[in-house]
Write a protein that binds this ligand. Structure first.
Ligand code: NAD
Length: 495
C-alpha cells in the first residue's frame, strides 16, 4: 500500500533550542519497516553533549515561559492542535512505517490535538489555597512549576504519549526535553517540526531521538531536570527511579507495564464479551500496556466462551499497516518479534497448558514481516512465565475459576496493577470485585483500551506511580509552596 510521506523529506534530527540539528558526533541509527524491511531513515542518535545542550536550553527558557500569561502560552498550544489535526494522516503513516502501527485504529493525532486544546485553557487551574485557620495569620499556598522536565516515551502510541505528557507540563509553566523511542522516532520529530511552526519560543520544547543509553540515562540522572515523566517497561522504570535517587532526587512519574486480568462470570452475553476481549488483546497488534492478557472465565461457560473467543480472535485480518483494512500489523521490530517468539517457545513446553489457537510466528511460515499469529492458551499454571510476565504481543491466557474469591485472588497475584476488568450482570458483584482489584483502573462490563481521557490513569504496584489524565496531570508539574503571613495587630482590629 502506498504512503504519501516522502522518505527523503522526513525530519530525523534533534530539535534543540528552536533549531533542528544532527548529533554532535554525527551518529545515527537505522530504522527499517517491520513489514517490508525497507530502510526508512537514518535517525540522529543523541549524544551526552546533545542531551546536555537540550537541558541547558530548557533551563534557559524556563523563567520567561513560566512568567508568560496563560492566554499567550495557550495560544501556542491551540496553534499546535490545529497543526496536529492537519498532519494527522502523515503522523499515522510515520508510525505505520517505523513500528507497524495499523492506520485503521489510529486515534493518536486527534487525541493529541485534544490534549493541546484542553491544556491551552487548563493553565488557569494552577491555583493555590488560602487558610484563615490560624489566628493572627493569613496563610496561602502557591502552585509553581518545578522547572525543566524530562519526558521519556515508548514507541507503541508515541503521538498520544508525546502530547499527553508535554501539554500539561507546558500548561504548568515547565519547559521540556522529550526523548522519543528508538523504535518510533519519526512522529515525535514531526511533532517537533509542528511545535516550531506553532512558534513556541526557543528552548521551551526540545525533542531528542536515540536509545536509552546515553540519552535517556543522562536525562534521568541530570542535575538540572526537576521532574522526569517516564513511560515504558517496569524494568527500565526501576533504572530511571534509581538514577533519579542517586542524582538530585528529582520527582519521578512512572507509567509502566501491565498483565491485566479480566474476570468473566457466567451471567454474561458471551458474544459481546469475546468481541471486547479480542479487541483488547489485538489492539495495536497486542502492544498495549493495558491489554487484557489474563482472562479468567467461570467454569460453567468456559467451553463455550473459549470456542467463541477463538473464532473471533483468530479471524483478525493481518497485513500491511498502511492498508486501512488491516486489523493487525507486524510487531514493532526484530527485537520485539524475537522476544515474543521466546515466549511462544516457553509456552510450548508448559506441562499443563493447552494451545487454543496460533502459537507461531508467521515469519517462520515464510511471511516477510515480523508477524505473530494471535495466540491463546488455556489452563495455564499461575506460576508459568507467560502468565506472570508482560509479553507485549497478541498473546492471551484463558484460565477457569469456580468462585468469586478464587478469581480475585488469582487476578491480584501479580506485581502489575494497571488495568483490570469484570463482566457480570450482577451490579453488587461487579462493585465488590472492582473494590477488590489491586489495579489503578477498572472496567465493568468493558475492558481496555476503554479509558476516558478525564479519568486518572496509572498503576498500582510495579505498574507505576502518579496519574495522568485531563484534570489530573497538571498538578504533577506544580510544586506546592506554603506562605504564612503574620498580621500586625492594629488599633482597628484590637477593637
Ligand atoms: P522500554 O522500557 O524498553 O523503553 C521506554 C523508553 O525508555 C524508550 O524511549 C527507551 O529508549 C528508554 N530507555 C531505555 N533504557 C533507558 C534508561 N536506562 N534510562 C532512561 N531511558 C531509557 O519500553 P518500550 O519497549 O519502549 O515500551 C513498552 C513498555 O511500555 C511496556 O512495558 C508497556 O506496558 C509500557 N507502556 C506503559 C504505558 C502506561 O501508560 N502505563 C503506556 C505505553 C506503554
Amino acid at each position: 500500500m502506498a504512503h504519501t510521506v516522502l522518505l527523503d523529506n522526513i525530519e530525523t534530527r534533534h530539535y534543540i533550542n528552536g533549531a533542528f540539528s544532527c548529533s554532535s558526533d554525527g551518529a545515527t541509527f537505522q530504522l527499517e519497516s517491520p513489514y517490508s524491511h525497507e530502510k526508512i531513515a537514518d535517525v540522529s542518535e543523541a549524544s551526552i553533549e546533545d542531551t546536555n545542550r537540550a537541558v541547558a536550553a530548557a533551563k534557559a527558557a524556563f523563567a520567561a515561559w513560566s512568567n508568560l500569561d496563560i492566554p499567550t502560552r495557550g495560544g501556542y498550544m491551540r496553534k499546535m492542535a490545529i497543526l496536529i489535526r492537519e498532519a494527522s494522516q502523515e503522523l499515522a503513516q510515520l508510525d505505520a512505517l517505523s513500528m507497524g502501527r495499523p492506520i485503521s485504529s489510529y486515534f493518536d493525532a486527534n487525541y493529541a490535538a485534544e490534549q493541546m486544546d484542553h491544556y491551552a485553557e487548563a493553565g488557569w487551574e494552577a491555583r493555590g489555597e488560602t487558610s484563615l485557620n490560624t489566628p493572627g495569620f493569613v496563610n496561602m499556598t502557591f502552585r509553581q512549576p518545578y522547572g525543566p522536565v524530562a519526558i521519556i516515551i515508548p514507541w507503541n502510541i508515541p503521538v498520544a504519549m508525546w502530547a499527553s505528557r508535554v501539554a500539561p507540563a507546558l500548561a504548568a509553566g515547565c519547559t521540556v526535553v522529550l526523548k522519543s523511542s528508538e523504535k518510533a522516532p519519526l512522529s515525535s520529530a514531526k511533532l517537533a517540526a509542528l511545535a516550531h511552526r506553532a512558534g513556541f519560543p526557543p528552548g521551551v520544547i526540545n525533542v531528542l531521538s536515540g536509545h536509552g543509553t546515553p540519552c535517556g540515562s543522562t536525562l534521568a540522572s541530570h542535575m538540572d531536570i526537576r521532574v522526569i515523566n517516564f513511560t515504558g517497561s517496569s524494568a527500565t522504570g526501576r533504572l530511571v527511579q534509581a538514577a533519579a535517587s542517586s542524582s538530585n532526587l528529582k520527582k519521578v512519574i512512572l507509567e509502566l507495564g501491565g498483565k491485566s486480568p479480566t474476570l468473566v462470570f457466567d451471567d454474561v452475553d458471551i458474544e459481546g464479551v469475546t468481541a471486547d476481549m479480542a479487541k483488547s488483546v489485538l489492539f495495536n497488534s497486542g502492544q498495549t500496556c493495558m491489554a487484557s492478557t489474563r482472562i479468567y472465565v467461570q467454569e460453567s461457560i468456559a467451553e463455550s466462551f473459549m470456542s467463541a473467543f477463538v473464532k473471533i480472535f483468530s479471524a483478525a485480518r493481518k497485513g500491511d499497516p498502511l492498508n486501512p483494512n488491516t486489523e493487525i500489523g507486524p510487531q514493532a521490530d526484530k527485537k520485539q518479534f524475537e522476544q515474543i517468539k521466546a515466549y511462544l517457545a516457553t509456552a510450548r513446553f508448559d506441562a499443563t497448558s493447552k494451545l487454543l489457537t496460533g502459537g507461531r510466528a508467521s515469519h517462520e511460515a515464510g511471511d516477510g514481516g515480523y508477524f505473530i499469529e494471535p495466540t491463546a492458551y488455556c489452563h495455564v499454571a499461575e506460576n508459568a512465565k507467560t502468565q506472570r510476565e508482560e509479553i507485549f504481543g497478541p498473546f492471551v491466557n484463558i484460565n477457569v475459576f469456580k468462585t468469586e474469591s478464587e478469581a480475585i485472588k488469582k487476578a491480584n497475584a501479580t506485581e502489575y496493577g494497571l488495568y483490570a476488568s469484570v463482566y457480570t450482570k450482577d451490579l453488587s458483584r461487579a462493585l465488590r470485585v472492582a473494590k477488590a482489584f489491586e489495579s489503578g483502573f477498572v472496567g465493568v462490563n468493558c475492558t481496555s483500551p476503554t479509558s476516558p481521557p478525564d479519568m486518572p490513569f496509572g498503576g498500582y504496584k510495579c505498574s507505576g506511580q502518579g496519574r495522568e489524565g485531563l484534570g489530573h496531570s497538571l498538578s504533577e508539574y506544580l510544586e506546592f509552596k506554603s506562605v504564612v503571613v503574620k498580621l500586625e495587630t492594629t488599633a482597628t482590629n484590637v477593637d
